[in-house]
Design a protein around this ligand. Structure first.
Ligand code: PLP
Length: 233
């Protein structure tokens, strides 16, 4: 299967899932995850219509963005270390992985320096595994309230990554909880905070995510093939 065919298939599956849920297919954006993928394959994906690309690491993304330029938009989907914030604000339209106030503050400071308002999502650990990335459910409101006061970041919604399971249905309760959390936060009416975006769903469970309200799905393997497990984090 070619990348172009895979992309078309995934887009079709997203549209079908949206229709099943009574949603407009255009309300779901596909983020093509290109971590560890070579530039030539990324070029093919872009030529086939991939318009938003997701990367996990700032350094790797920086090299690719230098080569591929702004033929696509780039999102950071992986964990961000505070000391890389100054590069991240220069490279990414959206950062999906803000999960602590120190990081929010540093992004705000670095975005201000370049005269940008950085769009971000708050990454939530629904399962509450302490070792994993994401802010715990019960701490989300406090983080959003604090981060909302920062002028140079703009909160657009939530992101989550459920524990991996072979069965996509296992992800459904996590996706549903993220959507409910977004609804709760919307009712809080925190000034300057939007909860419009829900970034959830990967190759194995993106259709379930769309059924549960995802506005962004992050899909790598189903489009670009298996990654080298050694370097794929
Ligand atoms: C790698 C990655 C993805 C894509 O995973 P696939 O299973 O290859 O689709 C999505 N989101 C995050 C945060 C990732 O790190």
């Amino acid at each position: 299967m070619s990348i172009a065919n895979n992309l078309k298939t995934v887009m079709g599956r997203i549209a079908s899932a949206a229709k099943r849920a009574g949603r407009d297919p255009s309300s779901v954006r596909l983020i093509v995850v290109t971590k560890t993928v070579d530039v030539e394959s990324i070029r093919q994906a872009v030529a086939a219509g991939a318009s938003v690309l997701g990367e996990n690491r700032v350094q790797e993304a920086r090299e690719k963005i230098e080569t591929l330029g702004n033929r696509a938009r780039w999102h950071l989907i992986g964990h961000l270390q505070t000391n890389k914030a100054k590069y991240a604000v220069k490279l990414f339209d959206l950062i999906h992985s803000v999960d602590n106030f120190e990081l929010a503050k540093e992004l705000d400071k670095q975005a201000a320096k370049i005269g940008k308002v950085q769009d971000v999502l708050i990454e939530v650990s629904i399962a509450g595994e302490t070792a994993k990335a994401g802010v715990a459910m019960q701490e989300v409101i406090v983080l959003v309230r604090e981060a909302a006061k920062l002028r140079n970041i703009s909160i657009k919604g939530l992101m989550t990554m459920p524990p991996y399971s072979e069965n996509p249905e296992d992800s459904r309760p996590f996706f549903r909880k993220l959507r409910e959390l977004a609804e709760t936060l919307t009712r809080e009416g925190i000034p300057g905070v939007s909860m419009k975006e829900l970034s959830m769903g990967m190759s194995n469970d993106f259709e379930v995510a769309v059924e549960e309200g995802a506005t962004m799905v992050r899909v790598g393997t189903a489009i670009l093939g298996e990654r080298n497990k050694q370097i794929a984090k």
